[in-house]
Design a protein around this ligand. Structure first.
Ligand code: NAD
Length: 332
């Protein structure tokens, strides 16, 4: 069985090659991303293994099927980059890793907030230059503050529970509320507008869908409490970047931490340190002292990589043998 792995980074290769059953897989690792234009690289493979910024649109999916590919294994949870209807029409099986480590992502969201609020990133740089001044490093106590969790699935629930551990009030919004969990954990569900108005920190933990695209836009950002912080570790396109910049420039938002960015494709996961970035909105965001950006690294823990490799490899082997895939992993 031949598998073309796209957008491969050294850590992907390390964990895939050491997963159980990996020696039976004919791995072909490509560093470039999968698009309709690069799909030729999958010739001769029966499966492709892809990540968040590979673009499996209608043209790409049809080309894969023509090349003889039968299975698309996403080594991530989100699948907004795959045209599932086209995949079904083309007769492709599509699988993902629905929950590799929700703790990894929730803990990263909290790490971003603590760093940004307590100015750890700035303090680290100052101290290394023997600047021991504290001016400009004032944060706020999380204890007693209101945190708004948008999306209480696997990750959002863990984030909520961590914030409860800090002594925060946690409000939540989800079209499918988990009422028993909320009652057990002292979490209060409310409509989105009320959550935005009440929260000192809003943390996004919902998927990107046509309905949630630009959930945070000029109107909803304006509805947030003045001085509030926004955390996005979910998907970049949940937030309208132009409106976010306006809300930061006017001083309406107190701080923004992003692990995902609207136009991250082709930028995040790459070393572009010797190049000029053509994206002026990203350039501007990176100049603000109250903005913290990480490059889609929330998932990056040993535990998560191990689980991603385990589930992906198991499904590749099962699909290759014509066996049913692992429960809850099949999308098409
Ligand atoms: P999940 O499917 O367990 O939970 C998502 C929740 O969002 C569900 O409860 C759903 O009802 C809710 N939801 C759907 N639409 C909503 C809306 N319009 N408003 C509010 N809630 C809504 O997913 P999860 O495992 O918790 O992951 C959440 C998201 O985190 C994923 O969709 C993915 O985009 C992102 N993610 C990011 C990383 C990273 O490295 N940064 C890693 C994994 C996942």
């Amino acid at each position: 069985m031949k598998v073309s792995v796209f957008d491969t980074k050294p850590y992907d290769r390390q964990f895939l090659e050491t997963a159980a059953g990996a020696p039976d897989v004919g791995w072909r690792f490509h560093e470039f991303r999968l698009t309709a234009e690069t799909s030729e690289a999958a010739r001769g493979a029966t499966s492709v293994c892809v990540f968040v910024n590979d673009r499996l649109d209608d043209a790409c999916v049809r080309r894969l099927a023509q090349l003889g590919v039968r299975h698309v294994a996403l080594r991530c949870a989100g699948f907004n980059n795959v045209d599932l209807a086209a995949a079904r029409t083309a007769g492709l099986t599509v699988s993902r890793v629905p929950a590799y480590s929700p703790h990894a992502v929730a803990e990263h969201a909290v790490a971003l907030l603590l760093t940004l609020n307590r100015r750890i990133h700035r303090a680290y740089n100052r101290v290394r230059e023997h600047n021991f001044s504290l001016t400009g490093l004032t944060g706020f106590d999380l204890f007693g503050k209101t945190i708004g969790i948008v999306g209480t699935g696997r990750i959002g629930r863990i984030a909520a529970q961590i914030f409860r551990g800090f002594g925060c009030h946690v409000w939540a919004y989800d079209p499918i509320p988990a009422n028993a969990w909320a009652a057990e954990n002292g979490v209060r569900y409310s409509p989105l507008a009320e959550l935005l108005a009440a929260s000192d920190v809003v943390s996004l933990h919902l998927p990107l869908t046509p309905e949630s695209h630009h959930l945070l836009n000029r109107a909803t950002l304006a509805a947030m409490k003045p001085g509030a912080f926004l955390l996005n570790t979910s998907r970049g396109k949940l937030v309208d970047t132009t409106a976010l910049l306006e809300a930061l420039k006017s001083g309406h938002l107190g701080g923004v931490a992003l692990d995902v960015y609207e136009e991250e494709e082709g930028v995040f996961f790459e070393d572009l340190s010797a190049q000029v970035l053509p994206d002026d909105e990203l350039n501007l965001l990176l100049t603000f002292p109250n903005v913290l950006v990480t490059a889609h690294q929330a998932f990056l823990t040993r535990e998560a990589l191990h689980e991603i490799a385990r589930v992906t490899t198991e499904n590749l082997i099962r699909a290759g043998a014509g066996q049913p895939l692992l429960p809850d992993t099949q999308l098409a």
